[in-house]
Design a protein around this ligand. Structure first.
Ligand code: NIG
Length: 391
């Protein structure tokens, strides 16, 4: 079955091959077998098995949310309230969620994760990564990896999220690099480490990343969130696909990112929710780095899957243009997951061109600028995920 989506007032293709001309007016798209089969002027569109007219609305690629922590139970509303009353965020809260997650049954946890993915898709997200990291022992990390693999497009092993209470840090690192890594490897594509004061120091982070790389996993790093540190330089040195948070960057960090293939992933909702200095997304782009925007949905620092909100914040607070923010939340996320280029059997995501995955987000607005112009409004009107209409 082919489907013609026509009457698109403004189509943001975010296609790097189109350069500065990547927005089409009065456009249409034909979707077939989960892929974009045709794209161009509505007046020139071929016939299809069925058609939908979006009546002048703006459309863009679905959001690629490259950083979430969806496998958790419980919430930390009291910790959030204390933060709004002046407390600082510290990594220790991860232990609270670990306890609640360990207590939840498989069925409960699966239901919670599925609900969060549904919410994300309802907000325009069509490709999504999620992580382990609230299990913190072999059995619980394995359970989290299996549940994540059943719900998300890409899964990251984050056994090195926090050293569990009462466990020696170096012994825990050896467990992460040994039996835990071995158990989760069949279910994950990526490995990550929280390289930060209160979590894992640079030597421990390096040990985890090298072991995971040797096991065939791609690398990502949580770095420079709470203070300056070596997360960014370690990520760049080891060729990580992404370093996420990036709140406290030196000039050298910015230059290193600009000169590398490591994507700087900024997390605007997290920055607001922790009252952290905003990640310097403007400076990163000006220096020539590739930036991604992600939700970082988790119960401690960013309890939202709303990419519309993150994009609005990136424009209003981080001083990105609307086009830059859209690019970072689509193609940027795809680059952070190394999914921006089609390979046999794996169509690219994060931009729209013939042959890419048909992931489309139609806004209830004539122009994409409304994402920032009308923040907080219900702007997601239609969502196609791999060619299937979800909303
Ligand atoms: O990305 N920074 C580390 N991990 C999460 C927060 C985890 C938590 O506090 O539960 C993040 O912000």
């Amino acid at each position: 079955m082919s489907e013609l989506i026509t009457g698109i007032g403004e189509l943001h293709t975010v296609d790097p091959a189109r350069g500065a001309d990547s927005v089409l007016r009065d456009a249409a798209v034909v979707v077939e077998n989960g892929l974009i089969a045709w794209m161009g002027r509505a007046s020139e569109a071929p016939a299809a098995d069925r058609a939908v007219d979006v009546e002048g609305r703006a459309a863009l690629p679905g959001w690629v949310d490259s950083h979430t922590h969806l496998v958790f139970a419980g919430d930390r509303g009291e910790e959030f309230a204390a933060r709004m009353a002046g407390e600082a965020y510290a990594a220790g809260g991860i232990g609270v969620t670990t306890n609640a997650t360990r207590e939840a049954s498989d069925e409960t946890l699966r239901g919670l994760v599925a609900g969060r993915v549904r919410d994300a898709v309802a907000g325009g997200t069509t490709y999504l990564e999620t992580k382990t990291g609230y299990g913190l022992d072999v059995e619980q990390e394995l359970r989290a990896a299996k549940i994540a693999a059943g719900a998300a497009d890409e899964v990251t092993f984050l056994g090195a999220h926090l050293v569990p209470e009462g466990v020696d840090a170096d012994e825990y690192v050896e467990t992460v690099c040994g039996p835990m890594l071995e158990a989760v490897t069949p279910y994950v594509q990526w490995a990550d480490v929280f390289c930060e004061r209160g979590a894992f120091n640079p030597e421990q982070s390096r040990r985890v990343l090298e072991a995971c790389r040797d096991a065939g996993l791609g690398l990502r790093v949580h770095g420079n969130q709470i203070g300056p540190g070596e997360g960014v330089s370690l990520a760049v040195e080891l060729g990580a696909a992404s370093v996420d948070h990036c709140n406290f960057l030196s000039d050298e960090d910015v230059a290193a990112l600009a000169g590398s293939d490591t994507v700087a992933t900024v997390l605007p909702a997290c920055d607001l929710s922790t009252r952290a200095p905003l990640a310097p997304a403007r400076e990163l782009l000006d220096a020539g780095a590739t930036a991604a925007i992600a939700s970082n949905c988790n119960p401690g620092t960013s309890y939202t899957t709303s990419m519309n909100f993150c994009v609005a914040t990136a424009v209003l607070q981080m001083k990105l243009t609307v086009d830059e923010a859209i690019r970072a939340a689509t193609l940027g996320g795809a680059k952070a997951l190394r999914r921006d280029v089609s390979t046999p059997g794996r169509p690219a995501v994060g931009h729209l061109a013939v042959g890419t995955r048909a992931d489309l987000h139609v806004l209830d607005a004539p122009q994409a600028v409304h994402l920032a112009y009308r923040p907080g409004m219900p702007l997601t009107w239609g969502v196609w995920r791999a060619g299937r209409r979800e909303i």
